[in-house]
Structure formats: structure tokens, C-alpha cells
Write a protein that binds this ligand. Structure first.
Ligand SMILES: Nc1ncnc2c1ncn2[C@@H]1O[C@H](COP(=O)(O)OP(=O)(O)OP(=O)(O)O)[C@@H](O)[C@H]1O
Ligand SMILES: [Mg+2]
Length: 229
């Protein structure tokens, strides 16, 4: 489903953020991207959302090289990718319902669809009953789950999350992970960058490790730290 082939990224200031990365991700996989600060995790995620273009290489999603998309084709790609950031990016003067509904309205969904799908998304992330509240009346974990609901409401085939538990305590983080796992079980592919060793070791999913911009490990049911000899 996603083929990252020989991808390198040099930022305009000369920083070599990624070097010749190759990753192939099948539909329905759950993939953790780990590595020290500055290893290139967010860069990889931004390339897959086509927020940036790589300096070299290709990124194919469903066989289509997204580095060659025309500008007007990018919104269609984004519609099929739900993105979750560490710093929520919610509209604080709108209700939880409206924040999630907004993602549907921008792509022209009907009011009927919005009224049906927003409550479903809120239920999936465990936020039924909070629809009328404003983001700042919620805990950090609840706000992050609003972001998750917003990312899934258009039923994208792929969810990309950059440190979605970065600001949360371990118990709240596990709540987010449960929600992500539920979404994954329904067939959605998930790519998640994280520093959270405990989460990675508990979930036992595929782990891709970056180090100084290079891919140094890719394990099917991996852990945060390598135990081999
Ligand atoms: N917009 C940018 N312009 C120039 N250099 C950048 C930019 N964004 C990131 N970098 C550099 O690219 C390298 C990789 O950064 P990146 O943000 O991908 O790391 P990361 O693995 O996500 O780190 P963290 O765990 O701290 O989020 C770093 O050396 C960083 O300084
Ligand atoms: Mg990062």
C-alpha cells in the first residue's frame, strides 16, 4: 500500500534528515517509527502526508507516486490520510462535535452524513457524552482523542500519528493506544512515530528504527530496544 523507495531528504539549510530509506507497508499494518530525537521520524511522516517533497526517491501510495502529484491533486490524497499531531491543533472556540464535523465539512459531506458519522467516530474513541464540550474543558487525553476522532471521521485508509501520546501520562496514553488498535482492527493502516518505549513493547507490532536519518532496524513484532546479539 505504501512504498517508500530510496528516499533521501536534505532540508534547504543542508541538514541531511533522511538517507536512502526503503520501507514497504501493507494495508492494515500497524507500524511504529522510533528513534532518538532528530533521527528523522517527523520528516518521514511529513513526506508520507506530502507536506514536504523528498530530495530523492519515490513514495507510492496505492501504486501512485505522491511525489509526482499535481498541486490540485494533493487535497484528494489528504482526504485519504488522517493525521494526528502531538499538539492537538483543535479549534478551541468550537465544540467537540464541531471540531470533528469540520473535517467532514471541508470535503463537502452532507449534513446527514455529518450527523451520522461524527457520533460514530466519537464513540470509537470513547468520547460519547462529550460532544457539546469545548476542547479546553477536556483533559489532555480527551483532547487527543478528539484529534483521533477528527482523523478517522472521513474513514481514511491510513492514519499517521506523530507522537500522539507525547504529552500524556502512561494510563491516558494506553487509552489512546486502545482507540488506535480498535481502528486498526477495522482495517485501517496506522503509522505512529513515538518515543514511548512502554507502548511499543506492550503492543508488539512492527517497529521501524531510524538513527541519524538511516533505517537501522525493521522488525515484524518488534520492541523498542534491540535484544539480539
Ligand atoms: N524544517 C526543517 N528545516 C531544517 N531542518 C529540519 C527541519 N525539520 C527537521 N529538521 C532537521 O532534520 C533532522 C530530523 O528531524 P525530525 O524532526 O525528522 O526528527 P524526529 O526524529 O522527529 O525528532 P523528535 O523525536 O525530536 O521529534 C534534525 O536534524 C532536524 O534538526
Ligand atoms: Mg518528531
Amino acid at each position: 500500500m505504501i512504498e517508500v523507495q530510496q528516499v533521501s531528504m536534505v532540508y534547504p539549510n543542508g541538514v541531511n534528515a533522511l538517507e536512502q530509506i526503503n520501507i514497504c507497508i501493507e494495508r492494515g499494518e500497524f507500524v511504529f517509527v522510533v528513534g532518538e530525537s532528530g533521527a528523522g521520524k517527523s520528516t518521514l511522516i511529513r513526506l508520507i502526508c506530502r507536506e514536504y517533497l523528498p530530495s530523492k526517491g519515490s513514495i507510492k501510495i496505492h501504486g501512485r507516486d505522491i511525489t509526482r502529484l499535481k498541486r490540485r491533486e494533493v487535497p484528494l490524497l489528504r482526504r485519504n490520510i488522517g493525521v494526528v499531531f502531538q499538539d492537538f491543533r483543535l479549534l478551541n472556540n468550537r465544540t467537540v462535535f464541531d471540531n470533528v464535523a469540520f473535517a467532514m465539512q471541508v470535503i463537502g459531506s452532507t449534513g446527514r452524513d455529518v450527523r451520522k458519522r461524527v457520533p460514530e467516530a466519537l464513540e470509537l474513541v470513547g468520547l460519547t457524552g462529550k460532544a457539546k464540550m469545548k476542547p479546553l474543558e477536556l483533559s489532555g487525553g480527551e483532547q487527543q482523542r478528539v484529534c483521533l476522532a477528527r482523523a478517522i471521521v472521513n474513514q481514511p485508509a491510513l492514519i499517521i500519528a506523530d507522537e500522539p501520546t507525547g504529552n500524556l501520562d502512561p494510563k491516558t496514553s494506553m487509552g489512546i493506544m486502545d482507540a488506535l488498535k480498535n481502528i486498526n482492527i477495522r482495517g485501517t493502516t496506522i503509522i505512529m512515530a513515538t518515543h514511548a518505549k512502554e507502548i511499543v513493547d506492550t503492543m508488539r507490532q512492527r517497529v521501524v528504527v531510524l538513527e541519524g536519518g538511516k533505517l537501522v532496524r525493521d522488525e515484524r513484532r518488534g520492541e523498542y530496544t534491540h535484544h539480539g546479539c
